[in-house]
Structures are given as C-alpha cells and as structure tokens.
Write a protein that binds this ligand. Structure first.
Ligand code: C5P
Length: 424
C-alpha cells in the first residue's frame, strides 16, 4: 500500500450524490473509498434518488443514507448536522450544474448542500454534466467561486456524454476522485507532530473602561493559518485578539485583547511550541495612564499620552535557542516594502517575515484575499499572485515547514513534541 492510500484509513468521508446519470458511478466511488479503509456516509439530493436508490448505497456502506433535510424525517435533520461535524472530507460526486450553483450561492435545500454548507471539512467536487452546461459562463463562474472557498473542484473528463454527444463533462473516473482525496490527506498530515502557536486579530488598548485605541485587523489571515495547520495535522494554539471571524474548531483558543495580555500569553506559550506565527496586528502604542473611571466630556479636549508597547516577537527572538520557537512575523508596509520588512526581520531576530503592502488601491486588512511576499535572511523567497487568504496560508505552511525542517534532526516531528507537556 502506498503512503497516499494509507491516508484514508479510518477517515470519515461523506459522499454527496446529486441527480446526474453519472450517479451510478458514485456506487463504485463509495466501494473504493470503503475498500481503502474510509468510513463512508452517503447523502443524496432528491433528484439523485431517481437515478440510484439509497438502498444501494446503504448496502455498500452498512450505514444509513441521508436524503432529507426539510424536516419530514427527524432523524435525517440531526444526521446532516452530525455528518457535517464528523466529516474529515466531503466528496460531492457527481455534482450537477444546479448543485454547483447552490453551493456557490450558499443555498441549502437538500441534504448534500446542507452538509457542505454546515461543515468545515475539506471539500472535493467532481462535476458531471452536458458540455454546454459545463462551459456556460455561469457554471465557470460558480466553479471559480467554489475554488475561492478552498474547495478542490476536479475537471470533468472529455468523452461521450449521456446526451449522445462527445465533449467535456464526464464525471472524473472514481479512481481519479479517490486519488485526489488520498492526496488531500497525505498532504494534510504533513504537519503532524508539530506544535504551532498563532496570534490573530487586533488589540484594544484601553483609554478608560469604555473607550479604547484599536485597529481594523479582522483576524482572517491568522485564522486561515490556524485552519490550514490544523487540517495538516499540527497541534494549534490560537491566541486571538479582536477578530471579526469565528475562531476555528479543533484549536486551543486563548483570548488576549490587549497587547499586554497578548504578550503574556505568547511568552508563556512560546517555549512549548515549535513555531510561532505572529499574524496579529499588535498596537505599537497604548495610553500611558488608562483611567479607571469613564473620562468626562471636557470642552477643552483631551490630551492622550501614548507609550510604546513591548515588541512581543522581538522578545521571543531573544529566548535561548533551546526554547525559542521558529519565528514568523507579518509586516504591513505602506512604503519601501522590502527594506522595511527585511529590517524588521533582522531587528526582531525572525526566521521569516510575510510582508504585504497597505495603503494603496488594494487593502489587505479585512479582505478575503491578499498578496504577500515572504522574506528570509537571504531576501525575497516568493513571487505569488493575489490569492484567497486560505490559499496563501497553505503556501506559507509549505514554505515554513520546509524551512523549519531543513535543520531539524527529526524531520517528521516537532522538536518540542516529545519533551513538552501535551496540549492543554
Ligand atoms: O508592527 P510591526 O510592523 O513592527 O509588526 C511586525 C511583526 O511584529 C508582526 O508579526 C507583529 O505581530 C509583531 N509585533 C509584536 N509586538 C508588537 C508589535 C508588532 O510582536 N508590539
């Protein structure tokens, strides 16, 4: 058995089947996933049940098939939520043009779209339809949207179609789909054994009990880094400041809304982690003397004196080598990106710095997309286009893991895994 094939053993996989003539091939797919050791549950749209019976899938999986989400069957209502949470991956095969449109729009009116929408598992989609439908701009736009969500959309194959015509639109072969799922997990385990701590979001520096100085950071980049690391097998601690996104499940979350609280959490966590990703926008200044009482309106105005906050990552950079984690900083620069970012890399003692331009026509803060350049001591290491933050996170982890392991004597484990206390 290859490394990739072993990747499916014990994995919970939901196969979502929609109403295409290719639905019969989903039976072969389910059988192959089950043979590879996966625990497979099947969900079907109402139209899919017109092509293949739920009984056929139940016979292969020895598990109930979810076909209803609208409330006729109370068991199914719970089943789709449970499956969404339990799934390690969801494979939608075949996916009709209609289902692609539903998923892209966030419409949820059948068991398959409900499970995909409710889940945070990795999603693989194998479309099957008539060539005209596949090449229609609406379908292509929906596919782009779904790829933007981080879903893996496989290309349909060229061949004879149910319409009698020959063209693109055939469902990818079950073996191709299984291989794609295996690769997902083979890669998704590559951070196994690593303990990573990630900061995300902004901070709020109190002026008085109700007012603060804050920033617009959404936490999206740090959360994308946390989700990607979690999905690739790392033990993740997320130190969250003020965020506009929901923290991911499956990570250890510590809240730290001021720079001082964030410093305390990071300094405490750093020695027990292999890698620190400092994606938070930590306030550089805080009011010198926050008032314990609400400051009254005053016609003469208010003078606020700000004092510098401690530079957290620089402090970690000075830790002794045996406890200092691998350090990745982020830098938002409005001018002289390269000089400023590499200056920070040197001054703060970082291993890598992820720099992005702010203040121009594109604003990365709060956006779902970003364009970044990563610098190491030797200079720029990347030339990436504008990408969704989750895709940037995946590329960053490829780079960070590679760098981290270059001088690690035990390449598949984190240095701290064996010696430190287990995850809290
Ligand atoms: O604010 P600056 O551009 O210097 O931030 C660069 C890096 O330093 C970021 O990774 C940020 O999280 C970190 N930082 C920090 N403590 C601060 C300010 C920034 O760790 N007080």
């Amino acid at each position: 058995m290859t490394e990739d094939a072993r990747a499916l053993t014990g994995r919970r996989i939901v196969v979502g089947v929609s109403g295409s003539i290719a639905a019969y091939k989903a039976l072969i797919l389910v059988r192959e996933l089950t043979s590879a050791g996966a625990v497979v549950d099947v969900a079907m749209t109402p139209a899919a049940t017109a092509f293949v019976t739920p009984l056929s899938f139940a016979a292969l999986t020895h598990r109930p098939v979810v076909t209803d989400v609208l409330g006729l069957d109370p068991d199914s209502q719970i089943a789709h939520v449970e499956l969404a949470e339990a799934a390690d991956a969801i494979v939608v095969a075949p996916a009709t043009a209609n289902l692609l449109a539903e998923l892209a729009a966030g419409l949820v009116d059948d068991a398959v779209s409900a499970i995909v929408c409710a889940s945070r598992a990795r999603v693989v989609i194998a479309p099957a339809m008539d060539a005209g439908m596949w090449t229609h701009p609406a379908t292509q736009r929906n596919v782009e949207t779904l790829r933007g969500f981080g879903y893996l959309v496989l290309e349909p194959e060229v061949g004879s179609l149910a319409s009698g015509l020959t063209g693109i639109g055939r469902l990818a072969e079950p073996a191709t789909i299984v291989a794609a799922v295996e690769r997902l997990f083979a890669r998704s385990g590559d951070l196994e054994g690593l303990r990573v701590v990630i900061t995300a979001g902004g901070t709020r520096e109190p002026i008085d009990p109700v007012r603060f100085i804050g920033n617009r950071s959404s936490g999206k980049m740090g959360v994308a880094m946390a989700e990607a690391a979690r999905d690739r097998g790392a033990a993740v601690t997320l130190i969250g400041g003020t965020m506009s996104v929901t923290p991911p499940r499956g990570v250890t979350l510590t809240e730290a809304t001021t720079a001082a609280a964030m410093r305390e959490s990071v300094i405490r966590a750093a020695p027990a982690h292999d890698i620190l990703i400092m994606a938070a926008a930590v306030a550089d200044f805080a009011p010198a003397r926050p008032s314990g009482r609400k400051i009254k309106r005053d016609a003469s105005g208010l003078d606020l004196r700000l004092v510098p906050n401690p530079d957290i990552i620089a402090e970690v950079g000075e830790m002794p080598a045996d406890i200092r984690p691998f350090l990745v900083g982020f830098a938002a620069e409005s001018d002289d990106l390269e000089a400023n970012a590499t200056g920070k890399l040197r001054d703060k003692g970082l291993d890598l710095i992820v720099a992005n331009q702010v203040g121009g026509p594109f604003d990365a803060i709060g956006s779902d997309d970003n364009t970044v350049t990563v610098f190491g001591v030797e200079g720029a290491l990347t030339d990436w286009p504008m990408l969704p933050k989750r895709q940037i996170a995946e590329r960053l982890w490829d780079l960070i893991a590679d760098r981290y392991r270059r001088d690690d004597p035990a390449p598949t484990r984190g240095r701290k895994a064996a010696t430190r206390a287990p995850r809290r």
